[in-house]
Design a protein around this ligand. Structure first.
Ligand SMILES: Cc1cc2nc3c(=O)[nH]c(=O)nc-3n(C[C@H](O)[C@H](O)[C@H](O)COP(=O)(O)OP(=O)(O)OC[C@H]3O[C@@H](n4cnc5c(N)ncnc54)[C@H](O)[C@@H]3O)c2cc1C
Length: 432
């Protein structure tokens, strides 16, 4: 088996697989390492914002997503206690992709990974990264096959971390264990058939100690996902010691949110509740690292705005644009200068596109989690429901990196198969 590559990518979520497709399409040799077997369910609200649909087209899976995903999402609601307020979601300018959709992660992630395979990416799955170290200009990565325990050493000048934020690489685990606290957010998700949720409606839920969302996704299944503070979950579990954590969360959501109770009355849960966390929203990009980070591994917004898949796809796109643009100009560079240049430009672009979303998400989460904040939010939105529409705009639902705006990178002009080759002509600094 080949062990030397142009790039190693760790994690085949939306970030890792899309970066693999982009680099492989541009002629790079790429190894993509994923520790779980696919298809796999994953804790996620599963809404894909309209701003990503052109990206999915360019990645080669747009038509499959369009065929499989749930109905177009045209309305948003906030539900708190017995109250609800509704507003229109903003439409994206591209009429073919005006509205977001919801699609199960077992479907979306598998489509992306299959596309990466078709693009010539070497896929190691299920293999887990055990150790990653920089030696000279090269990254050495020890990977372990889950079934056999077999170890391999892979090498590449570029290493991209796309392993998300809820599982940690072996080197990071000790620090994460120490840092746990009662305000940590734990995340849950389940799917239901026969739920009564209006097609095209995206309700955001606010409850004491957490927030969540519901949506009709592919296969007529409703996805219900939420985040809850660890101390609040512990109190709920103390009150119902024989119930599993997911059941306790479901009971609480039905009690605290009339909209959830109504939607789930007569519905059947399909599969178990999934749990993950703790979530640590914030920026993880660092200037002093030799590796590149994309998706949640680079930074995470509170999922209240449902923009994590967007940030995963879009950050992969931004990074690959910078890598591909920097590499040819320093073809003979053995000192890694081209990587430094790519990192600098990528970090600047990442902050420009995503830090505002992180801020909007943090502000909304802060309000939604606290009963007084949620009540104030509800009272304000009842008077000015179009603020919900504005909130969706501010959180990036329609203006991604490829919307043709002056800060975009001109995605709509890219022929699908040569997307990356065209990138260097559309670098942000060179746009009109
Ligand atoms: C409750 C909740 C609701 C959400 N709702 C939405 C929503 O509606 N819309 C939205 O856009 N976003 C939503 N998100 C956010 C979204 O799920 C994440 O932001 C997104 O999954 C990040 O993608 P990623 O590719 O960066 O990482 P991930 O999807 O986490 O993928 C990382 C991959 O890396 C693999 N991996 C990890 N460690 C290793 C290792 N050592 N070796 C090999 N592989 C490894 C994992 O198995 C995994 O497959 C939600 C999140 C939560 C918690």
């Amino acid at each position: 088996m080949q062990t030397r590559f142009d790039a190693l990518i760790i994690g085949a979520g939306p970030a890792g697989s899309s970066a693999a497709i982009l680099l492989a399409t541009a002629g790079w040799s790429v190894a993509l390492i994923e520790k779980q077997a696919f298809p796999r369910r994953k804790v996620c609200g599963e809404c894909v914002a309209a701003s990503n649909l052109p990206l999915l087209d360019a990645l080669g899976i747009g038509s499959e997503v369009a065929d499989k995903a749930g109905p177009e999402l045209k309305r948003v609601a906030l539900m708190h206690g017995t109250q609800s307020v509704w507003a229109d979601l903003p439409a994206a300018a591209d009429a073919r992709h005006a509205w977001g959709r919801a699609i199960g992660r077992e479907t979306l992630d598998t489509l992306l990974l299959s596309r990466a395979c078709a693009a010539g990416v070497t896929i190691l799955q299920p293999w887990a990264v055990q150790k990653l170290s920089g030696v000279g200009r090269s990254h050495h990565c020890t990977v372990r096959e889950t079934a056999s325990g077999q170890l391999k050493l892979l090498q590449a000048p570029v290493a991209i971390l796309a392993h998300g934020s809820w599982e940690h690489l072996p080197d990071e685990r000790a620090a994460q264990r120490l840092a746990r606290g009662s305000s940590d957010l734990l995340a849950f998700k389940a799917n239901f058939s026969g739920a009564k949720l209006a097609a095209g409606l995206l309700p955001v839920l606010a409850f004491d100690g957490g927030y969540g969302g519901m949506v009709l996704a592919d296969g007529d299944l409703v996805t219900l996902a939420c985040c809850i503070r660890a101390d609040r979950l512990e109190a709920l579990r103390r009150a119902a010691p024989v119930r599993a954590a997911g059941d306790v969360v479901e009971d609480m959501l039905k009690r605290q949110c009339r909209g959830v109770d109504e939607a789930l009355s007569g519905a059947l849960r399909c599969g178990n509740w999934l749990a993950s966390g703790p979530l640590r929203p914030g920026v993880r990009l660092r200037d002093d690292e030799a590796v590149f980070r994309i998706g949640n591994a680079a930074g995470e917004a509170h999922p209240i705005i449902g923009e994590g898949i967007s940030m995963a796809l879009q950050s992969a796109w931004l990074l690959c644009a910078q890598l591909e643009a920097a590499r040819p100009r320093h073809g003979a560079d053995t000192r890694g200068n081209w990587q430094r240049e790519a990192r600098q430009r990528y970090t600047t672009e990442w902050r420009r596109h995503f830090v505002p979303r992180l801020r909007v998400a943090a502000g909304l989460a802060h309000l939604a989690i606290r009963p007084a904040g949620a009540m104030a939010l509800m009272a304000t939105l009842k008077r000015f429901p179009t603020l919900l529409t504005r909130g969706a705009l501010w959180s990036g639902k329609v203006n991604g990196i490829g919307d043709g705006s002056p800060v975009g990178i001109g995605l709509q002009r890219w022929p699908q198969a040569t997307a990356i080759q065209a990138l260097h002509r559309h670098l942000p600094g060179e746009l009109p």
